[in-house]
Design a protein around this ligand. Sequence first.
Ligand code: 5AD
Ligand code: SF4
Length: 435
Amino acid sequence: MEKVYIETYGCQMNFADSEVVGAILSTAGHKMVTDLDDATFILINTCAIRDNAEQRVRHRVRELRATQSRRHNLRIGILGCMAERLQQRLMTEEDNLSLVCGPDAYRSLPQLIEQVRKGGQASEVELSTTETYADIEPVRLGSNGISAYISIMRGCQNYCSYCVVPYTRGRERSRDPQTIVDEARSLFEQGYREVTLLGQNVNSYSWPEVGFPELMDMVAAIDPLLRVRFATSHPKDLSDRLLEVMASRPNICRCIHLPVQSGSNRMLKLMNRKYTVEWYLDRVDSIRRHLPDCSITTDVIAGFSSETLDDHKATLDLFQQVRYDYAFMFKYSEREGTYASRHLPDDIPDDEKTRRLNEIIALQGQIALENNRLDVGHEYEVLVEGESHRSREQLFGRNSQNKVIVFDRSDAQPGTYRKVKVNNCTAATLLGELV
Ligand code: 5AD
Ligand code: SF4
């Protein structure tokens, strides 16, 4: 029996996967530990989306060498997208690694660990067209008991030209809706009050007779006190039908993450995003029409291949127009094996990428602050999550729009809904008081 410590990097999908891994290993008789000092096996669940994500993991693996020299029994394995991308190469490059396991091979982890203990290394990186881990009830590692992720589909086949995900996570496949509803209901019965349905592109969820809007409706019908969120939507597939279902269910949260990537049609074409700026803005209009109080958030890439100052300016203009509540903003990072790495030169100098990125960040900071100021004076229903980082006298929670609100504790309890009136804000947080 091993004492296994899992460290997770990257997207929400990875956090959900780590909970599946926890379940598989617990069932096989291993013990999951929350303190690294207790571990006999460390598993690092990794992200390959940008080079800096990979460098962070490399650095971590090298740092753990010191721990291993003090604890000779300690073994380290790599899971997730880096495992899939680099395969056995990882173990030659980082010789303190014993195990490499890709995102569709987690069921074989118990055998891989056994193989390592017999002496040596082990790896399994086969991708699957069917694996969804639908029958596995995730072990909620490090959960607050209030909010949980439910993975509803895996893989991506959109092949955006810059993106490594289709290669590390394989073909799209959806999970049986009944198992999703059962998992959500069981979480609600355990006291959870919020579930986030996850997939690389949730709008292409598909099961005979159940599309994503129907699935959302089924999950939201479990109980009005269960908040339902989802991520991530691809703009090309965001349907009015989904917006109608959202409008009819107040417990589906008023927040849509809609990655735009660029505000220039020329860039969108090179990125193989399959929509235009006009199409995107039409989807934004439709969201505003169906759900006037919905927040919209995005992802954007600065300095993609051949991006001109005009293309960059088009992105800034689009940000001005949409006025996102939040954005994840990145510098383009070329990924081996993608269409862009083969056909589109990474030709914007790094300092110019940084300059453009900083311009987007500054603009977005200003917009977020202005948006938050519009919330001052309003009351929101907040799901209380826990103590604020700043002070034990204060709690924080989120409103339906997914904005964090901090307020004086008084008699409020985590896991309950409370009305909070906003009376101040920063660009990142709303400050309020219990009503
Ligand atoms: N370089 C920079 N950002 C990327 N993303 C995906 N691939 C890359 C890349 N090669 C960003 C996209 C995506 C988010 C998850 O990561 O904005 O929506
Ligand atoms: Fe990558 Fe595009 Fe798929 Fe998102 S939709 S995971 S950016 S290929």
